[in-house]
Write a protein that binds this ligand. Structure first.
Ligand SMILES: Cc1cc2nc3c(=O)[nH]c(=O)nc-3n(C[C@H](O)[C@H](O)[C@H](O)COP(=O)(O)OP(=O)(O)OC[C@H]3O[C@@H](n4cnc5c(N)ncnc54)[C@H](O)[C@@H]3O)c2cc1C
Ligand SMILES: NC(=O)c1ccc[n+]([C@@H]2O[C@H](COP(=O)([O-])OP(=O)(O)OC[C@H]3O[C@@H](n4cnc5c(N)ncnc54)[C@H](O)[C@@H]3O)[C@@H](O)[C@H]2O)c1
Length: 485
């Protein structure tokens, strides 16, 4: 048994944990970084990067489908070489993972502990060491950065070894013939559409007509139409039974038309959400009480759990499970854990305006406040339909809708939801505008080149400005005076 005494212990060497470690060291605290799984981070190994590599191959193939509209016919249908597609995904992924692992290798060995940590009490962790034996760590403060794990609903487990998660997809040597994807959230949409665009027979099963995290009914309707047009997507399905066959799985589901379907697939991909890795840490030993969502109350600006010496960062706090947020949260948590351990007060870190992008084709995104978060009585809306948008039409990518929201009284830009071509870029312009606190008038004073897809954003903003003007004219005169027209 090895016993350590440290200022700060960080549980998890993912994006949040690595950022926490670096900031803690920068503050001058003795810091131990504990990792139970492989180094390399979820994002680089089995998340953001390999999924975008698969999507890049899929989009390249799918773009060929637009050629005839430009007067170009291919002499033969393109041949998708599954082995080569997956080889590139894995090779490029390994390159990205390599950069992360190089960074970990630069951390002194005496700061790293390999094995899964569990709480013994609020200040003590126990680790079954990978190399054998056990370590006990007494830490003044602890950063929990243990990430999340895919959830596999019980019904899918009837598929035995043929139910897979995102991690499995990225270790394939070739593409399968068919996959049933369950869950029309972010992972289901990205991987389901990518596999479909790569010639795999895919059915995507959603429920209650949800799509990604969209909450604006107009944008959601448009996204449902567009994605259904691109692949077999049953958005209001019910999975009735799952069984293993000799060569794959057989399933029964009720489709959007209410018809019972009996189908067979090679695999079922569970894309039904992720659970936080907290219970597995024996968090109960800390005597801190989790809330209904399983996460203890914490301050999102300091990442401190209550007034305790524990901090929680990244996916494990279930706040905004995205890469850039995990990095920010880890950095704030690490710096604060070190300050507290060294007898200094914790400080509030800066948080950025919300932005999220689903890299489907076309992109689905939101920036700033979402529709469901708005006080609709004080909000005006502007929109653009990309089907008539000039540059989008030129490029044959004219699908989707963007809706922008503004505050009637102050003219402030509030947020947006969208599905549309290259909208990952429009989402950034809007998140930046939101963070800068711009008014709609100020946003319209910015340059818009011609002809670009962003002119669609200008159309939506002009409509929003007109609606703000119209609504503020009938609102109390104080509000009218602040519109600035
Ligand atoms: C398929 C997929 C695609 C994604 N695409 C995007 C994207 O395009 N853009 C985006 O912003 N986000 C994306 N994400 C989300 C992003 O990957 C996560 O938000 C981010 O990786 C979370 O980082 P983290 O540090 O919280 O967790 P992780 O990187 O998962 O790190 C947690 C670490 O803790 C370790 N651990 C767990 N328990 C213990 C323990 N008891 N003891 C020691 N170590 C432990 C784990 O082994 C792991 O290494 C994607 C996710 C997936 C799954
Ligand atoms: N581009 C990106 O930024 C990106 C890409 C992938 C993942 N991520 C992150 O990873 C997180 C996890 O992604 P995810 O797709 O696993 O979760 P998710 O929460 O986005 O989607 C899960 C979906 O599964 C559905 N579902 C749950 N149980 C079901 C069942 N039994 N039958 C049918 N549907 C069911 C839910 O209604 C939901 O739509 C995302 O929220 C996101 O933060 C981000």
């Amino acid at each position: 048994m090895t016993v350590y005494h440290t200022d700060v212990a960080v549980i998890g060497a993912g994006t949040a944990g690595l950022a926490a470690y670096r900031q803690s060291i920068a503050q001058g605290a003795n810091t131990l970084l504990i990792e139970g799984g492989p180094y390399g981070t979820t994002c680089a190994r089995v998340g953001c990067m390999p999924s975008k590599l698969l999507i890049a191959a899929a989009d390249a193939h799918h773009a060929l489908g637009r050629l005839p509209a430009f007067g170009i016919d291919l002499p033969h249908p393109p041949l998708i070489k599954g082995e080569r597609v997956m080889a590139r995904v894995r090779n490029e992924r390994d390159r990205f993972v390599g950069f992360v692992v190089d960074g970990v290798n630069n951390i002194p060995d005496e700061h790293k502990i390999r094995g899964y940590a569990r709480f013994v009490d609020e200040h003590t962790l126990s680790v079954n060491l990978e190399q054998g034996g056990q370590a006990t760590i007494h830490a003044k403060t602890i950063v929990i950065a243990s990430g999340s794990t895919p959830v596999v609903p019980d019904i899918l487990k009837n598929a035995g070894d043929r139910v897979i998660i995102n991690d499995d997809v990225f270790s394939w040597n070739t593409l399968p013939k068919s996959v049933l994807v369950v869950g029309a959230g972010v992972i289901g949409l990205e991987l389901g559409q990518a596999l479909s665009y790569l010639g795999v027979r895919v059915t995507l099963l959603g429920r209650n007509n949800g799509i990604g995290h969209l909450s604006d009914p107009v944008v959601r309707e448009s996204a449902l139409n567009v994605i259904k047009h691109s692949m077999d997507f049953q958005s209001d399905a019910s999975l009735e039974s799952v069984g293993r066959t000799e060569s794959g799985v057989k399933v029964t589901y009720i489709d959007d038309a209410g018809q019972t379907q009996h189908r067979e697939y090679d695999y079922i991909l569970a894309a039904t959400g992720r659970a936080i890795n907290l219970n597995s840490l024996n968090f109960a030993a800390t005597q801190l009480t989790p809330q209904a969502n399983g996460v203890p109350a914490f301050n999102r600006h300091t990442l401190q759990i209550g007034s305790s010496h524990l901090f929680i960062a990244g996916d494990v706090n279930a706040d905004v499970p995205l890469l850039h947020e995990a990095a920010d949260e880890g950095a704030i948590a690490g710096a604060n854990a070190a300050r507290l351990a060294l007898g200094k007060p914790v400080e509030a870190g800066e948080r950025r305006s919300p932005i999220a992008v689903i890299f489907s084709e076309p992109n689905i995104a939101h920036a700033g406040q979402m529709y469901k978060e708005l006080d609709l009585s004080n909000t005006a809306v502007g929109s653009v339909d990309f089907s008539d948008q000039g540059r989008s039409r030129v490029m044959q990518v004219n699908q989707g809708v963007l809706r922008v929201y503004g505050d009637i009284a102050s003219d402030r830009f509030l947020g947006a939801e969208m599905v549309g071509p290259r909208n990952e870029h429009i989402a950034h312009l809007l998140a930046w505008s939101h963070q800068m606190g711009l008014t709609v008038t100020q946003m319209l004073a910015m340059p818009f080149y011609h002809p670009v897809i962003e002119e669609g954003l200008r159309t939506a903003l002009r409509a929003l400005a007109a609606n703000i003007k119209q609504k503020s004219a009938i609102a109390p005169c104080e509000a009218h005076l602040t519109v600035g027209d």
